[in-house]
Design a protein around this ligand. Structure first.
Ligand code: NOJ
Length: 691
């Protein structure tokens, strides 16, 4: 498609129509067909509410979408097809684990395969654009949207984000069964103060570049088609009106050539944020910042014509925004194939993938005396509020998931054993604990993320009865459970893991699957420790207790609580044991590029997967650097008795950082590399970098 030619034949009104996205589901809008005919709609978000996280099931199908598309293609003067979008976040009809859980798999390949399945199901309902992945790094479990993130680490978010984008888009998202992805929310939304949603954010340029922007830069390199701007502000400037962030950094510095869509009504919200007085001001500021498409508040549609007329916005800039949108429509194949022709999507393959993904995401935190796995002859008593809850385990942002088709914890367990009805007959008590999806996701933050009191009480009751207890934690977010932890003999952190949650849990507790998930976010002891994360900068006095549990210290982070987490970032047990030895430098190219390695051996009684992690610390630098940062990970399968040497490349990308001039550079000097099975690992080698 020659887009420039197409644009040169369009009227200003037609062009502005392309910048306009409206919300639509069949029940709620009259006159949609005439609005399409008038050429004032570039995109439709198939959604009925601004808080779609807990929205009701999809009411559109591909035939309805095709009918609307036909009007755009055949009855408008420009004949430009509509881009249909929907929040397909972690599944469509088949629901996969919430994104934070998928991130716990540390398995980008499996994440990619999962999103391939998700894309097909969504495409077959007439959707061609999704608003995922969410790349907001989050260090605060109180924030309900932490469940949509990859967790607290930028490197992990880079790898997960790339996998999600590849899964949705493939090599060519004009293909049937593929969706155009959207990296969101650019940028810093995850730093919402106190975990309060839509709250202010305070991020220095140093932290912005070294943490929050990283995954977006990678997403651009991975070819993400679109980016959504964030609600929050940076340094007193709403992102929606920040030309520095949207145009200078995202478009010019990162070279992003797709289009930027605002978040829902974010253009109008510049009034709430106190930087614009009228809707017209909002339109002017957002458009001139570089927001190409206006999500649902109709401001571009209403005010851009007069702003162009008044010379406040140039028609050249309008042409550039239209170009970006039509370029992506072309890449999505809409000009050649505007109508959805469903592809074959094997439901049972998708269900199997969802089960595999769910099992791979679950984290075994505790397993005293190897109480797990259970044998199928064991007498189990099942209790807890989540045992029959089919909806909560689907998680938030499950717009089309079907609770009736979800395997609950109880159904999963019953595929192995029939629970006994009297607890006194039981060898083991399984407690299905957790939180409702309604306290997670958008606009649902909590002030306390300690384990709910009544759930801790329940666990205590069985402990006092002398029962061996396995805790299944169906929480969307990390929770603090210092007080309750001792009541459990084993803890499986099972998240909100989607349609196959019950099957995946049962496969793990009865030993069909050996758990291999690791924490993508620190599990604090108590809410009051938040924010608590592994990659903090060094302190002035040695009071950072995250890694150091000495009892003989003079000063502590807190007088009333240990400073260390209950379980650190990267932590996760297996039914087998892994031993590490022989960390070394395998290659050193002119003190600039290195390969480091470590031997890992399965010394336990089961075959299993280990997550080998590689962390780096810049020992002395011109700026304060994190105490350690994840720079590589590999999940390796080892049969019992087997050993392998695992290696990691470390060079410019891994050793450098954005310095005080906002320039990325590596500084000469020594770096300590730590390798092992979690962020506490101590096997180290020293590198010397020289320019
Ligand atoms: C608001 C949310 O912040 C965003 O993530 C979502 O994609 C849009 N609403 C559309 O539902």
């Amino acid at each position: 498609m020659n887009i420039k030619n197409l644009i040169s034949g369009m009227t200003l009104k037609e062009k502005i129509g392309q910048l306009n996205q409206i919300a639509y589901i069949p029940q709620n809008i009259d006159g949609i067909e005439d609005r399409i005919r008038s050429g004032s709609i570039g995109s439709i978000i198939l959604s009925q509410t601004a808080f779609a996280g807990n929205d009701s099931p999809c009411s559109i199908d591909y035939e309805k979408a095709n009918r609307l598309q036909r009007i755009a293609v055949e009855e408008t003067s420009s004949h430009i097809p509509i881009l249909f979008g929907r929040d397909v976040i972690h599944g469509h009809k088949t629901v996969f684990p919430v994104p934070l859980a998928m991130s716990a798999s540390f398995n980008p390949e499996l994440i990619k395969e999962s999103y391939e399945c998700i894309a097909k199901e969504a495409y077959n309902d007439g959707i061609k654009w999704t608003f995922a992945p969410m790349l907001d790094m989050s260090r605060d479990a109180r924030w309900g949207r932490i469940i949509e993130s990859a967790g607290e680490d930028p490197y992990l978010a880079q790898k997960v984000g790339e996998a999600v984008i590849k899964g949705f888009q493939g090599d060519d998202y004009s293909d049937a069964g593929r969706l155009c992805a959207c990296a969101k929310h650019f940028v810093g939304y995850g730093a919402s103060e106190g975990g309060r949603d839509y709250n202010r954010t305070e991020i220095s340029e140093y932290t912005l570049r070294n943490f929050y922007l990283k995954a977006f830069k990678t997403a651009v390199s991975a070819g993400v088609g679109t980016v959504m701007s964030a609600f929050n502000e940076i340094s007193g400037q709403p992102v929606t009106s920040s030309r520095y962030l949207i145009t200078d950094i995202l478009k010019n510095e990162f070279g992003f050539d797709g289009f930027v869509v605002s978040d829902w009504e974010a253009v109008k919200q510049l009034i709430n944020q106190g930087v614009a007085e009228t809707e017209k001001d909002c339109g002017e500021q957002a458009f001139n910042a570089g927001i190409d498409m206006d999500m649902v508040d109709d401001i571009y549609n209403k005010y851009l014509p007069e702003l162009v007329e008044a010379g406040k916005i140039s028609e050249k800039a309008i042409d550039e925004a239209v170009y970006r949108i039509l370029y992506i429509k072309d890449k999505a194949g809409l000009f050649d194939k505007p109508y959805t022709v469903p592809v074959s999507a094997d439901k049972s393959y998708t269900a199997e993938k969802a089960k595999e993904m769910a099992a791979e995401s679950m984290v075994l935190l505790k397993n005293n005396n190897n109480i797990l796995p259970l044998s199928a002859s064991c007498k189990v008593y099942l209790d807890g509020p989540m045992q029959n809850d089919a909806r909560s385990i689907l998680g938030s942002w499950t717009l089309d998931g079907i609770a009736e088709e979800t395997v609950t914890v109880s159904q999963g367990i019953k595929r192995y054993v029939m629970p006994v009805s009297d607890v006194s007959d039981a060898d083991i008590v399984i407690l299905a604990l957790g939180e409702s999806h309604t306290v997670t996701g958008e606009a649902h933050s909590l002030s306390m993320v300690d384990m709910p009191k009544e759930q801790a009480e329940l666990a205590k009751k069985y402990k006092e009865m002398g029962k061996k207890t396995v805790g299944i934690m169906n929480f969307g977010r990390p929770i603090a459970m210092e007080d309750a932890e001792g009541y459990f003999d084993a803890i499986l952190y099972a998240w909100h893991s989607g349609s196959q949650t019950g099957n995946a849990i049962a496969d793990i507790i009865f030993g069909k699957v050996n758990p291999s998930g690791h924490l993508p976010a620190t599990l604090p002891r108590r809410t009051g420790q938040i924010p608590l994360y592994y990659n903090f900068t060094k302190g002035s006095r040695e009071v950072n207790e995250y890694y150091d549990h000495r009892q003989d210290r003079e000063i502590y982070n807190y007088d009333d609580c240990e400073g260390s987490p209950l379980y650190p970032f990267g932590y996760g047990q297996s039914y087998t044991k892994f031993e590490y030895s022989n960390p070394k430098i395998l290659e050193n190219k002119e003190n600039k590029e290195f390969v480091v390695g470590i031997t890992v051996k399965n010394t336990g009684a089961y075959d299993g997967k280990e997550l080998v992690q590689c962390y780096v610390c810049d020992d002395i630098a011109s700026m304060m650097r994190p105490i350690r940062e994840l720079k590589g990970f590999q999940k390796v399968f080892l049969k019992k008795g087997e050993e392998k040497e695992i290696s990691f490349k470390l060079g410019y990308e891994e050793l450098g950082f954005y310095n005080k001039d906002n320039k990325f550079a590596v500084e000469d000097g020594t770096f300590t590399v730590f390798m092992g099975g979690d962020s506490f690992c101590q096997n180290e080698v020293k590198l010397i970098y020289k320019k």
